[in-house]
Ligand binder design. Structure first.
Ligand code: AMP
Length: 480
């Protein structure tokens, strides 16, 4: 079970949180299109509305009016290929002896099965096979014996993997980021309250101000009257493992994550791509939309270096076609690329063309595009990719196909070039990724491009066994 999602939590002074939560989920829609949900608490009771579908379809005005309370959390869930799985829609909400809990999760635990078995043996009944319910049960159990902060700390010492969580416990809303900071989470200030969210673009949508990222291993508790928040550094860890792919593909370009504006990172990656492997051609085309910022950086660096290269929109995207990547069969994925993208002949015919995309996963998009561009009269098609070759699956929360589907899992760059029929192909180096993010390679999760993961994944290499948090190895700011 992989959760690739967007989360939000809001505490306001004295108006209902449902609408701001709803608008935030709209802003996070790119992080998940399978289901959407909101849980609020009005001081007496918890309200929940969770359904399959897009945010705009899931909530009508009556639904929002019924979600009373100035505090709450929300979630959008990413679809996995072929699955329509209503049991995993979130926020997961439940009432335990310790009070009501709502939980929104982005990430993936590597030891959820272990904890589920342990809790099931103690009598906990599970209704889904998702990670989120495991976290909820573990936290509920800890809340029977400890206050909120200690209970969260105990749960954090037991769960391993990636997680950005927004949690409501009765009318208290909080946010937790995993000790490696693998998945993003930030805090924003609104005129009359505070917000925790996966991406700062959601704060902008609410006309709020980004305060900062939640730190790896930090718990942020919003005051239930919307007047402030408390911070508890529950797990201190030497190494971070920020997911670089958030910057390359997943996050919105207008979001700031871990102090970097995603758009500027992508433009810088594009500039480095030119420096590392620029190729002479008449025209540079972005693969819309994900390749745009990369292509503009690439073209700018090319032009600065004196190259006579035009930057043009040569591929039109049909905005009504959803994500082709998650179609269940290869046939459907190929058809969907054709439905989604169409070349503009005048910018292509008789020209040598470089196309820029953020990544190649299975190779479907580039194979289809090169054929299309050649049919439209391109003389040569060169491909430049703003990330290293994806050689290994993601276990930490990004849907990236299985190993045997990855075109680069067992092929050299030359073999891939031959397979997709490009005139030339180059990827960006791992070094350029770290440099553009202004981080050391050891601060990033690069598992999908190096095959070395910061977490213990069965059958996979890990690159930092020593620094993983263990029970009893945490520090805490509040009196412990
Ligand atoms: P593919 O066609 O399988 O080679 O996938 C590459 C294309 O899918 C690129 O245009 C990417 O922008 C996009 N892409 C990369 N990773 C993902 C992902 N995790 N989910 C959806 N689309 C993706």
């Amino acid at each position: 079970m992989h959760e690739k999602c967007g989360v939000v939590g809001i505490a306001l002074q004295d108006r209902d949180a449902a609408r701001p939560l709803y608008y935030s989920l709209y802003a996070l829609q790119h992080r998940g299109q399978e289901s959407a949900g909101i849980v609020t608490h009005d001081g007496f009771q918890q309200h929940s509305h969770v359904e399959m579908g897009l945010v705009g379809d899931v909530f009508d005005p009556d639904d929002l009016a019924s979600l009373n309370g100035s505090n709450g959390i929300g979630h959008v869930r990413y679809p996995t290929a072929g699955s329509v799985d209503s049991c995993c829609a979130q926020p997961f909400s439940v009432s335990f002896k310790s009070g009501s809990l709502g939980l929104s999760h982005n990430g993936n635990l590597v030891n959820a099965d272990e904890i589920r078995d342990e809790l099931a043996n103690l009598g906990h009944a599970f209704t889904s096979d998702g990670d989120t319910e495991v976290i909820a049960h573990d936290l509920a159990r800890n809340l029977l014996e400890a206050d909120l902060v200690r209970a969260v700390k105990r749960t954090m010492s037991r769960i391993h993997g990636s997680y950005a969580l927004t949690i409501s416990h009765d009318d208290t809303v909080m946010g937790v980021r995993d000790p490696e900071g693998n998945r993003p989470l930030c805090i924003g200030k609104l005129d009359d309250g505070y917000v925790l969210t996966s991406e700062s673009a959601a704060i902008d949508t609410l006309d709020g101000e980004l305060i900062r990222d939640v730190k790896p291993g930090e718990l942020v508790v919003l005051h239930d009257d919307g007047t402030g928040f408390d911070s508890y550094q529950l797990v201190e860890q030497e190494n971070t493992a920020h997911c670089f792919f958030e910057h390359v593909y997943f996050a919105r370009p207008d979001s700031t994550i871990d102090d970097n504006l995603v758009y500027e990172v992508r433009r810088e990656l594009g500039r480095q791509l030119w420096d590392e492997s620029g190729v002479d051609s008449d025209v540079v085309l972005p693969v819309p939309d994900s390749g745009r910022a990369f292509a503009s950086g690439y073209a700018e660096a090319a032009q600065e270096s004196g190259a006579d290269i035009e930057f043009a929109e040569g591929l039109m995207k049909n905005r009504y076609v959803g994500r082709t990547f998650i179609m269940p069969t290869q046939d459907e994925r190929e058809r969907a690329v054709r439905l989604k993208l169409n070349p503009i002949k005048s910018t292509i015919e008789g020209k040598t063309v470089t196309i820029i995309d953020d990544s190649i996963v299975r190779g479907t998009t580039s194979t289809q595009l090169i054929e299309l561009l050649k049919d439209a009269g391109a003389e040569e098609v060169h491909v430049r990719i703003g990330a290293p070759a994806i050689i290994s699956p993601c276990y930490m929360g990004i849907d990236m196909a299985t190993r045997d589907e990855l075109i680069a899992a067992d092929r050299s760059t030359e073999e891939i070039r031959d397979e997709i029929q490009a005139d030339s192909l180059s990827y960006l180096s791992v070094e350029a990724i770290a440099q553009s993010l202004d981080k050391g390679q050891g601060e990033l999760c690069l598992g999908c491009v190096t095959g070395e993961y910061p977490y213990d994944i069965e059958g996979e290499e890990t690159d930092r066994d020593v620094d993983r948090p263990v029970i009893g190895d945490q520090t805490m700011e509040a009196d412990d």
